[in-house]
Each structure stands twice: as C-alpha cells, then as structure tokens.
Design a protein around this ligand. Structure first.
Ligand SMILES: C[S@@+](CC[C@H](N)C(=O)[O-])C[C@H]1O[C@@H](n2cnc3c(N)ncnc32)[C@H](O)[C@@H]1O
Length: 284
C-alpha cells in the first residue's frame, strides 16, 4: 500500500522546479494550434491546501512557492509569470493558501482542442482528482497503476504530446523501473516528450536512473537540476532533477536562462543549477 502523500510537500522547491519546467514545455506545445495530449502518470490530488495540518507540519512551501510569491523580479522571468498566474488563480484574495499540482496547472493551460489523461493509485488522491476535474470534458482520470496504464494508453489519439512521470521513489528500484516504463512507452510512441522527475539526495540514487537512461538506447535526453545547497549539507532532499526525453527546440536555452535565476531566488547565495545533455543524437 502506498503511504506517500504529496500534501506534505506541495509547493516545495522541487514542485517549483518541476512545474516551471512543465510550463516551458507547455509553452512550446502551445505555439501551434494543433492539439496536444498531456499524460500525467503520477497525478496526485490535483489541488493542495497549504493551510492543512499536513502542509503546516513540514512548511515546505515556505522554501518553494513562498519565495516566488509576490517576488516581482522572479515574476518577470520567462515562464514564471504564467506559472505564478496559475497559482494566483487558486488564491484570488492574494493570500497563498492553495497550490495547484501538475493536473491543475495543466488544466489551466490546456486549450479546448487539447486533452489530458491523469493516472493515480492512492484512493484519497484519486477521489480528490475525480472531484476537481469531473466537469472538465478535456480531462479523463484513470484510477490505475501507471506501470500498466501508460503502455496501454500510448500512443494517444492525438499524437503530439507530453508525459510526466513523477514517482515518489518509495520503492528504491523505482529509480530504474521508471526508466524501463519510459522505454516501453517510447517504443509505442517515440515522438512524445517524456519528463521524469527525480530527487537529489545524499545517497545519490539518481545516478542509477541516469545510468539506466544512458544504457536505454533513448536519445536526446536533457537533464536539468536545481539545488538549494550541496549534497551532505542536509539529510533530506537538497535538490530536484528532471530528465527530459525529446525536449522541444530551444528548451535547453530557456532552461539555461531560467533555472539558475530561480535557484538564486529560492536560496540566495546558495542555490545553483546544472544543465546537460545525455545521449545526444548528432545532427548531421
Ligand atoms: C509526487 S506525487 C505527484 C505530484 C504531482 N505530479 C504534482 O506535480 O503535483 C506522486 C503521486 O503518484 C502516485 N503514485 C505512486 N505510484 C503510482 C503508480 N504506480 N501509478 C499511479 N500513481 C502512482 C502517488 O499516490 C502520489 O499521489
């Protein structure tokens, strides 16, 4: 049985990194009128109450969205304004009380012609997701395990699109099984964009994920990492990473501009970012 609940972590610095990158990827898909499909394999509850006992216990959002909220300088960066606008839509009185998870961000950014598929395994998160999106005809919520669901759902009827894989890594072999899932989906839908989130922890298990990606035969994988400090400074998560398979054109340059500045806004003087390609296909 799963015990992870994103309520404890919603709006933390890793969510900020992940959701800003998601916004840049959406912007690239939104450039064309042609519809696209967004698949969220680990959707979570969709919307989080930052005043709940769970959220207050960890107060993780204070080091995340709390640092960008009302920060005019950060809001002027490409992608950040639209992201903060989506958070503001849930907090119309200007007080930061609710935070949109990836499904709620996506539903704000999708157009009429676009579609979304959300998968979630935890019963409480499933119920919340179904409730939030019951009146949105663009969205279908699947109460299923993405390890079975994703290969069954791709390729989607709309062939342009993006898959977010955002596991909680409760099970340690998930660092490699998430890569195997991506490879299985890519075999069926090789033009899709795949985004895998991973934590940076002192134990450095993310290196297993990166080695598995390198050995997978997949090409064109961009890694973006944001850290609030150095490994070993904390026993918890010190950074957040995303592996992007098939990133759209110019997203590397946009991330190179954005992520270091966001890292500085989140942790002035300590925050830093890294961007590199893994298995880049040579362009003749
Ligand atoms: C990190 S949270 C997702 C956060 C969300 N993507 C966001 O950015 O707002 C991970 C979620 O994945 C769910 N989950 C874990 N394993 C899963 C699986 N195999 N299939 C579907 N959902 C899963 C967990 O219940 C949890 O709600």
């Amino acid at each position: 049985m799963l015990s992870y609940q994103h309520e404890y972590h919603a709006g933390n610095f890793a969510d900020v990194h992940k959701h800003l990158c998601l916004r840049l990827l959406f912007e690239s898909l939104l450039k064309k009128d042609k519809p696209f499909c967004y698949i969220d394999c680990h959707a979570g509850a969709g919307i989080y109450d930052l005043e709940s006992a769970h959220a207050r216990k960890t107060a993780e959002c204070e080091q995340g969205i709390g640092r960008l909220w009302g920060n005019g300088e950060a809001a002027s960066l490409a992608g950040v304004g639209a992201y903060l606008g989506a958070v503001a839509a849930l907090n119309p009185d200007g007080q930061l009380r609710r935070y949109p998870g990836s499904p709620a961000l996506a539903s704000q950014w999708l157009r009429e012609q676009d579609r979304a598929l959300f998968m979630e395994l935890h019963p409480a998160a499933q119920a919340a997701l179904k409730k939030h999106f019951r009146n949105d005809p663009r969205v279908s919520v699947h109460t299923r395990d993405c390890y079975e669901g994703l290969p069954a759902l791709v390729p989607p009827a709309i062939r342009r699109g993006l898959v977010l894989l955002d596991p909680s890594y409760e099970v340690k072999d998930e660092y490699t099984s998430i890569v195997a899932l991506t490879v299985a989906a890519h075999r069926r839908w090789h033009t899709g964009i795949y985004v895998i989130w991973y934590p940076l922890l002192h134990a450095a298990r993310h290196l297993e994920l990166q080695r598995a990606l390198e050995a997978s035969g997949l090409h064109n994988i961009l890694l973006t990492e944001l850290a609030l400090g150095e490994a070993g400074e904390t026993s918890g998560m010190y950074g957040s990473g995303l592996a992007i398979v098939n990133p759209p054109w110019q997203v590397d340059a946009q991330l190179a501009e954005l992520v270091p500045r966001v890292a500085q806004a989140l942790a002035p003087g300590r925050g830093h970012a890294q961007l590199r390609w893994l298995a880049r296909e040579s362009v003749a």
